[in-house]
Design a protein around this ligand. Structure first.
Ligand code: ITT
Length: 198
């Protein structure tokens, strides 16, 4: 199948992963078509924020035939009551990078007296088309640790060990992450939607 999907993201890690997982589709990022612009993610859930991003880019493209796919995701740590959740990208403050966010999460877990915690990642994917907006989700459960290892993946990956593994996502190969990840699972569901739409 060949159909052009426009990604609505400014996160390079997401672009790499989604492109790798979308064999058979032509995938480009919206910043390859129009200049990047700020999108206020003021929803209360991953799903709401994914819809906000997909809609904003669909409207900005001004192309009724466009199929726009967004991803809103994050990590929820149980000993921290599920935070940072939807605030994962700005946990150490607006404009903070992956390293600062990871360091802050390590410190927060230690501050409440733990070395590790059960945790999970969530990804909500929204697909915006002229026929409406469709959303799907994917999850990955595991353990957040306070001794990060590895430099693969992005974001919080060096401090997350998926259930059934001993290595962090920072140590595991991309192909393994993509098979088991929240994003990989959400994308499988997204493909089922796309196959109906296209
Ligand atoms: P866009 O909104 O432009 O897509 P973003 O990075 O701001 O980019 P989100 O608001 O969805 O995206 O925040 C997601 C954050 O959650 C991301 O910056 C990471 O800190 C974390 N995250 C999500 N998926 C991850 C993954 O697979 N591995 C590691 N960290 C992840």
């Amino acid at each position: 199948m060949s159909a052009k999907i426009v990604l609505a993201t400014s996160n390079k890690g997401k672009v790499v992963e989604i492109k790798n997982m979308m064999n058979g589709y032509e995938v480009i990022n919206y910043t390859d078509i129009i200049p990047p612009f700020h999108i206020e993610e003021d929803g209360d859930t991953f799903k709401q924020n994914a819809i906000i991003k997909a809609k904003a880019v669909f409207e900005a493209l001004g192309d009724n035939e466009a199929i726009v796919l967004s991803d809103d995701s994050g990590i929820c740590v149980d000993v921290l009551g599920g935070t940072p959740g939807i605030y994962s990208a700005r946990y150490a403050g607006v404009g903070a990078g992956d390293k600062e966010n990871l360091q802050k999460l390590v410190e927060s877990i230690k501050e409440v007296g733990f070395e590790t915690s059960s945790a999970h990642y969530t990804a909500a994917i929204a697909i915006a088309t002229k026929d409406g907006i469709f959303t799907v989700h994917g999850h990955m459960y595991g353990t957040a640790i306070t001794t990060p290892r590895g430099d693969k993946g992005f974001g919080y990956d060096p401090m997350f060990i998926p259930e059934g593994f001993e290595n962090t996502l920072g140590e595991l190969d991309d192909e393994i992450k993509n098979k088991i990840s929240h994003r990989g699972r959400a994308l499988e569901n997204a493909k089922a939607v796309l196959d109906v739409l296209l």
